[in-house]
Design a binder for this molecule. Structure first.
Ligand SMILES: *Cc1c(COP(=O)(O)O)cnc(C)c1O
Length: 367
């Protein structure tokens, strides 16, 4: 989707704030812990290249979800270690080696497939992923993990890392977390050789489980000032959101009581009132379920009335405002703030989903 550069709807990202968030978390970690910034999904909607460049002097590497996200960083000139957390088809191994991108392997079939296709794995940097209870990707038992380590040796690849991923590190109840951690530690103890990097912590574990840091953490959500637990566990002081989403009133009309607004005529004006049209809709990531949510106009909450359309929403204004007045959908205006967590609560989802769904149609500007 092409970015709407000529429409007054935009994202502004305070890169300094992301830098500060990274500093605050890094300062809380034991000395020597490597920090990899997770910039998958366009850095959770914040802009992967801009975020990675800003963090370049501060982090030890980057994690992404797929190979294209790794290539994007390389093409932007970033020379840090990059780990792809998802599985990459063996056909792309030659390019991964050429681009010095580390890949994740989570089952033995991957090696078998490489063999079948005659792919040379020599010098490929690999992290083996262990499934300790997430139930998604990963070696599930010691024998298969040992076989994978053998395979790595045989084909001349580099055994660079070993990792797992927690399912419940963001919850106050840590019983399941502790079971996963014990399982991971048990496997580590049974391995003949350990790679250079051992990692298990996402943002939540990095924040709330010191015992799981090993020698590297993978920080995503918290870098963007978001709380992985929603509102359940406290963030460190100084961690704040870095993304603002604003638009403008492009039309303001007065309606008599009882007139209908929007698709489906789901809203009738409650009295004589002013309705403003704002050029942002579900194609931008402002989902239809946001009908009724309040956005800010000159520091005053104004509800989205009528359906959210693909490209527009209509909001009820307390009085007449001129066309061109700023509308804040995420961020601060006057004494009021709207956060991704507020959107998430309203939609019954998590802040991750809110920022990831801010579409490419929204131009990103950086302060
Ligand atoms: C996305 C992801 C992370 C980062 O998670 P946050 O909760 O955003 O910190 C870490 N590890 C893996 C394997 C991931 O997929």
């Amino acid at each position: 989707m092409i970015a709407g550069l000529h429409r007054p709807t935009q994202i502004r990202v305070q890169l300094q704030q992301i830098k500060k968030n990274a500093q605050v978390v890094a300062a809380s970690l034991p000395a020597g812990t490597q920090v990899f910034a997770v910039v998958k999904a366009n850095a959770y909607g914040h802009g992967a290249v801009a975020v990675a460049k800003e963090l370049a002097t501060q982090v030890d590497g980057f994690c992404v979800s797929n190979f294209d996200e790794a290539l994007e960083l390389r093409q932007a000139g970033l020379e840090h270690p990059i780990l792809v957390l998802g599985l990459v088809p063996v056909t792309h191994v030659p390019l991964a080696i050429q681009m010095s991108v580390s890949l994740t392997v989570s089952h033995l079939d991957w090696f078998a497939e490489a063999k079948k296709q005659g792919i040379d794995l020599a010098n490929l940097a690999l992290h083996l992923k262990v499934d300790t209870g997430m139930g998604r990707l990963g070696f599930g038992d010691l024998p298969s993990l040992l076989s994978a380590i053998e395979e790595i040796k045989e084909v001349g690849a580099r055994f660079e890392g070993l990792f797992t991923h927690f399912a419940t590190a963001d919850q106050a109840d840590d019983s399941y977390f502790q079971r996963q951690l014990a399982r991971f530690k048990g496997l580590l103890a049974d391995l003949p050789t350990l790679p250079r990097l051992i990692h298990a912590s996402n943002s939540a574990a990095a924040l709330w489980h010191r015992e799981a840091h090993f020698n590297m953490v993978r920080l995503g959500d918290v870098l963007y000032g978001l709380n992985p637990s929603g509102r359940e566990l406290p963030l460190l002081d100084g961690i704040e959101p870095a993304l603002e989403l604003t638009s403008e009133l492009v039309q303001v009309k007065s309606y008599f009581k009882g007139e209908s607004i929007g698709y489906g005529a789901t809203y009738q004006s409650l009295e004589d009132e002013y309705i403003g049209t704002v050029p942002i809709g579900y194609a931008d990531g402002l989902l239809r379920s946001m009908q009724g949510f309040s956005v800010l106009v000159e520091g005053k909450p104004c509800p989205i009335v009528g359906r959210v359309s693909m490209d527009q929403v209509t909001i009820r204004l307390p009085h007449l405002y001129p066309v061109g007045t700023t509308v804040t959908l995420l961020g601060q205006d006057g004494g009021e703030t709207i956060t991704a967590q507020d959107w998430a609560d309203y939609q019954g989802t998590i802040n991750y989903e809110v920022v990831c769904l801010l579409s490419d149609r929204l131009p990103r500007y950086y302060d």
